[in-house]
Design a binder for this molecule. Structure first.
Ligand SMILES: C[S@@+](CC[C@H](N)C(=O)[O-])C[C@H]1O[C@@H](n2cnc3c(N)ncnc32)[C@H](O)[C@@H]1O
Length: 201
């Protein structure tokens, strides 16, 4: 997927999520917050795009950094953040070079709503290494993944590819995200999207 072009032409159907997707994601956030008091610590929204989910985390009491390679997406995120009246640090950077992006470390929650599964194998390995370097020892990683399949636009990834990219981590749960695309895109792309939850071994 050419993400910069997608934002330039206003193609971002992943932003039109419906209530079942948002509700499932809220359940996943609840799980990471259970038994703790706000503020919950540092959260990293990888491939933050227009900042939709990073802003949700900030509203819930996380100290959020959102990172993306697309300038236009980051501009949209800044506007959205200002309208929402919350603070979130926005950084231009690549998920395969997080340390070079100067975001620091100690992230207790790492969220990726759709970046990992379109990377190639070398990029996925680099992302796994970089996440391991910046995440706290008790961190959770939440990855949104479409299964690998021959389809336009998104490569997809299978469980063994997630595990190979995150060798120091254990997949604790794989659950449907309840994401639905508009009907024609749903038939064409068959996302069958799932949340992968990872914790350190
Ligand atoms: C499917 S979109 C999801 C955007 C946002 N998280 C959301 O759910 O609305 C994937 C995002 O990952 C970003 N991205 C893709 N490859 C990246 C990379 N190597 N480093 C940083 N961001 C990347 C794209 O620019 C895009 O904003």
């Amino acid at each position: 997927m050419n993400w910069k072009l997608a934002y330039a032409i206003g193609f971002h159907p992943w932003e039109d999520t419906d209530p079942p997707f948002a509700s499932k994601l809220a359940d996943l956030f609840d799980r990471e917050e259970r038994g703790r008091e706000s503020p919950y610590g540092r959260a990293l929204d990888l491939g933050t795009g227009s900042g939709i989910w990073g802003i949700q985390l900030a509203k819930r009491g996380w100290q959020v950094t959102g990172l993306d390679i697309a300038d236009k997406a980051l501009r949209r995120a800044r506007d959205r953040m200002q309208k929402a009246g919350v603070e979130m640090r926005l950084v231009h950077g690549d998920v395969t070079a997080l340390r070079a992006a100067g975001i620091g470390s100690g992230f207790r929650l790492v969220l990726d709503t759709g970046t990992f599964h379109d990377l190639n194998s070398a990029q996925r390995g680099a992302m796994g290494q970089e996440v391991s370097a910046v995440a706290a020892s008790d961190a959770t990683v939440l990855l949104l993944v479409w299964p690998k399949r021959s389809r336009p636009l998104i490569r997809g990834a299978d469980r063994d590819e997630v595990e190979a990219a995150f060798p120091g981590w254990k997949v604790t749960d794989v659950e449907p995200s309840h994401f639905r695309l508009p009907k024609i895109l749903e038939l064409l792309l068959k996302p069958d999207e799932h949340w992968y939850r990872l914790r350190r071994k």
